[in-house]
Write a protein that binds this ligand. Sequence first.
Ligand code: NVA
Length: 278
Amino acid sequence: MGTPIRHFLQFADFSRDELEWVLERSRVIKDRFKRYEFYQPLADRTLAMVFEKASTRTRVSFEAGMYQLGGSVIHITTSDSQLGRAEPIEDSARVISRMVDVVMIRTYEQTKIERFAQYSRVPVINGLTNEYHPCQILADIFTFIEHRGPIAGTTVAWIGDANNMAYTWLQAARVLGFHVNVSTPPTYSLDATLAPPGPHFTVFDDPMDAARGAHLVTTDVWTSMGFEAENEARAAAFADWQVDSEMMQVAAPQAVFMHCLPAHRGEEVAADVLDGAQ
Ligand code: NVA
């Protein structure tokens, strides 16, 4: 038996030291790239990207990143592969992972990506599931650090749905040592199995209280992919959970606003906040 394969299926799969190394390494690679330094450590390596849900940013960032580092990508969707014809996940995992060096998957239940990883010969990266979106939060934290410095010890306000982004922020807070103030509508509150209570987060009924003093205010769509049937009910329940300029004013003076996009101006975020200086 060789070294066990490491996957990135949720944020807490990596330790604080490992994540800090990844963030520092990213900074070095980004600097080189911006200086047009040729750096292709992934020459001859292939990434398979499996999408069971739509994607814009995840596809473009992974694909561009692989090419920039010298590798190549194979883009697979449910509609143009055997995945849509109910091939068992175990079979797909065994076969795909024999021919590529790393696999990124965007799918529905977290259990699906876990099963794939269990039968994969190569590392598997979560490109979004119903429960988690670890690469997005890693990128958000990288960006926060670039603009504002270390995230440890800061307060992040999560306003809105208890979704994949929210659960990942909570894991990140626990691992990296910052605090999350969470405010969701009462009928869309956190699931305690995905967010076991701990000192790394506090729940607020009023979103204004959650935003007060926060260094980073963040939100996401009211209806995530896969939950479209709840659209109308959600629009009514979330009406008071819009991040607007009044909310940004109670946050810390240098607070930044972040949204993983796609955003709906006038719903979860006011246009002047999304397009504003913060
Ligand atoms: N919570 C959103 C994120 C989209 C990038 C969704 O799952 O649809």
